[in-house]
Design a binder for this molecule. Structure first.
Ligand SMILES: Nc1nc2c(c(=O)[nH]1)N[C@H]1C(S)=C(S)[C@@H](COP(=O)(O)O)O[C@H]1N2
Ligand SMILES: [Mo]
Length: 197
């Protein structure tokens, strides 16, 4: 095939760039919120995990930030088709928070300040896959991006990363959260384009 430039046989830039199907790259950081930004001071903030036994595991801000904080570099993918690659976060692994939690339930409902909910399988937020994020790009997490703290579950569409996270409730069944009740996919894998159903 003389005359065809070498680049023609090279890999396609888009598919090489690490983007899931149907996504485009953005360099700004869009804000997507269904309602007003709840303003929670770190002195009022608390995070709990509730299990089927009635046990309540509770952390205030001081307790949370005394835990090991990890630097996370990850790609994020919104169902509205924007993706950001290599975003930098700071957060506490949910593995640390689940260490003392005894549950036989396989699902979690995340509840945020302001009333947002989203459902997740427990196995998708453990084993190094999810964090309570408190920092972004070297700064404290902006309130509009979920500060003081949000869930970060980067391997699923970003609606699963509940901003202003307040509580995780263990569930026996995978019940739909806010967007899932409104037509979003119950699981939301960007690589399989599980957008809506
Ligand atoms: N509490 C809460 N969390 C939320 C949302 C929301 O409306 N409320 N929107 C979700 C959606 S659809 C996306 S794409 C991301 C957007 O996060 P960002 O505003 O920081 O970009 O947050 C997710 N978490
Ligand atoms: Mo989204």
């Amino acid at each position: 095939m003389a005359g065809v430039s070498r680049g023609f046989f090279g890999h396609d830039r888009e598919s090489d760039s690490g983007l899931p199907p149907g996504q485009y790259l953005t360099h700004d950081f869009p804000v997507l919120s269904t309602g007003p930004t709840p303003l929670i001071s770190t002195s009022d903030w608390e995070f709990t995990i509730r299990t089927e036994s009635g046990a309540v595991h509770r952390w205030d801000w001081q307790q949370l930030t005394a835990l090991p904080i990890e630097d996370i570099t990850t790609d994020i993918h919104c169902v509205t088709r924007w993706s950001k690659l290599g975003t930098g976060w700071r957060g506490v692994s949910l593995d640390v928070l689940f260490e003392g939690v005894d549950t036989s339930y396989d699902f979690v409902m995340a509840h945020s300040y302001g009333g947002y909910t989203t459902n997740l399988p427990l196995e998708d937020i453990t084993d190094g896959k999810a964090w309570i994020a408190i920092g972004f790009d070297g700064e404290d997490l902006d309130p509009e991006h979920g500060g003081p703290a949000r869930l970060l579950v980067p391997h699923l569409y970003f609606w699963k990363s509940a901003k202003w996270i307040h509580e995780l409730v263990m569930q026996s069944d995978d019940e739909p959260g806010f967007w899932e009740q409104n037509g979003y996919h119950p699981y939301g894998d960007p690589w399989n384009e599980q957008r809506y159903w």
